[in-house]
Each structure stands twice: as C-alpha cells, then as structure tokens.
Design a protein around this ligand. Structure first.
Ligand SMILES: [Zn+2]
Length: 220
C-alpha cells in the first residue's frame, strides 16, 4: 500500500524530531486538514524543504501555519502565473474556466440535499461546459458529434445546484474548517510536550532524504 502522507509525515518528523505519541496524533489530525485542502505529496515536501531553510520554528503550531501558508502562497503564485500567461493568447480570460471552456464541479449525482455525499477522502467531480464563448463552442461541437450524449452546460447544472452552493462544496469550506480546528487542537496539545528540535541538517539541505515513490502530485 502506498501511503505517501505517511511517507511525508515520517520525513518531516525525522527532520524536526517530532516522534512522540502526541506528535503521531498531531500528524493524524494534520492529515485530515491537509486532505481537505487537497495538498499533494510534492507540495508538502516543498513546504518541509522550505522550512528547513528558514529558521526552524520552535512550536508545532508554527509548523502547521508555515506549511499551510507556504502551500497557499505557492498556489496563488502559480495561479497568477497561469492567468498572466493565458491572457496574451488572444482569448479574453474567463475566471470560471480559465479559458479552457470546461468547469470542474461537484458531480451532480452525488450532491443530495445540498451535501456532497461521499467520504472525506474522495469527492467525485464532473466537468461541464462553461458559460463563456469557449465553453459554448465546446458544447456545440459535442452536441453535433454525439446527439444522444450532450455535454451538460454550466447553465443547466446551475438550475439544479446554484453557483454559491457548488463553489462552497468544491472548496470544502465547512469540512476544511472542522479539520483545521482538529489539526490546531492536536498541534497545541503536542506543543505542550516541549519545543521542536532544531534540524541537525539545517546547513546541508542537500542531504535531506530523497523523495521516492510514483504518487507525486496525486491528490489525496
Ligand atoms: Zn469560461
């Protein structure tokens, strides 16, 4: 079984000496928060690498915040970069689909009474055609090709699941908040056991353990 969260947690724990039973509980709670946020193996490892280069924080709470802040900022930067590079292509930028014409939404079959009904680690999505010109062209092309299997448009989708609801579900808002609270509580509890060790390899980041495994960038 490949459990790369465990693999990352073991690596982070080894570098910072977070190996007490409370630390194990803390990592288990972090898993819930990081799953909700959709963090990937490579994002978490990048966060750890970055923290090794920074002055290592003494409290676990700061570890949690640094990891989350680092990954969110990294994503924001990537998004900005993608928006900047998409704009000069001659298309006007569409914030819904990013110019692709397709929008990823919670799968309509699994949204029942306003809830996305699957367990926390897997939330099925579907792609619908966007409301913009690119989306309309895709919808038309699909319609001409397969008359019986018409692609669902965002317009039709939103008559069943309105924008405010599906975006909220997609961002796991309530679930992420709950998972975050748990992660913070477990982290504070572990912090009471003492400070985090300074990593021995602070000056030699090249010697950090090699990252192996083929699950790189697979979301939880
Ligand atoms: Zn669009």
């Amino acid at each position: 079984m490949s459990d790369w969260f465990r693999q990352w947690a073991d690596r982070h724990a080894a570098i910072f000496g977070l190996t007490s039973p409370q630390d194990l509980e803390m990592f288990a709670a972090w898993r819930g928060a990081f799953v909700s946020a959709g963090f990937t193996f490579s994002e978490l490892n990048a966060a750890t690498d970055w923290m090794v280069k920074q002055s290592a924080p003494e409290f676990r709470n700061e570890h949690l915040k640094m990891i989350q802040t680092f990954i969110r900022q990294r994503r924001d930067e990537q998004r900005r970069f993608e928006q900047q590079t998409a704009a000069p292509m001659g298309k006007s930028y569409c914030s819904l689909c990013g110019g692709t014409g397709m929008v990823v939404v919670p799968h309509p079959r699994f949204v029942i009474d306003g809830e996305w009904t699957m367990n926390s680690s897997y939330q099925p999505t579907a792609a619908v055609s966007c409301l913009c010109e690119v989306g309309k062209r895709i919808e038309q092309a699909q319609f001409n090709k397969e008359r019986n299997q018409k692609l669902m448009s965002l317009g039709l989708y939103e008559t069943r699941i309105p924008r405010g609801l599906w975006t909220a579900l997609l961002h796991h808002k309530s679930k992420a908040a709950g998972a975050n609270k748990k992660a913070e509580e477990a982290t504070r509890a572990a912090d009471k056991r003492g400070k985090v060790r300074k990593p021995a390899a602070l000056a030699e980041t090249e010697e950090a353990p090699a990252i192996t495994g083929s699950d790189d960038d697979t979301p939880f």
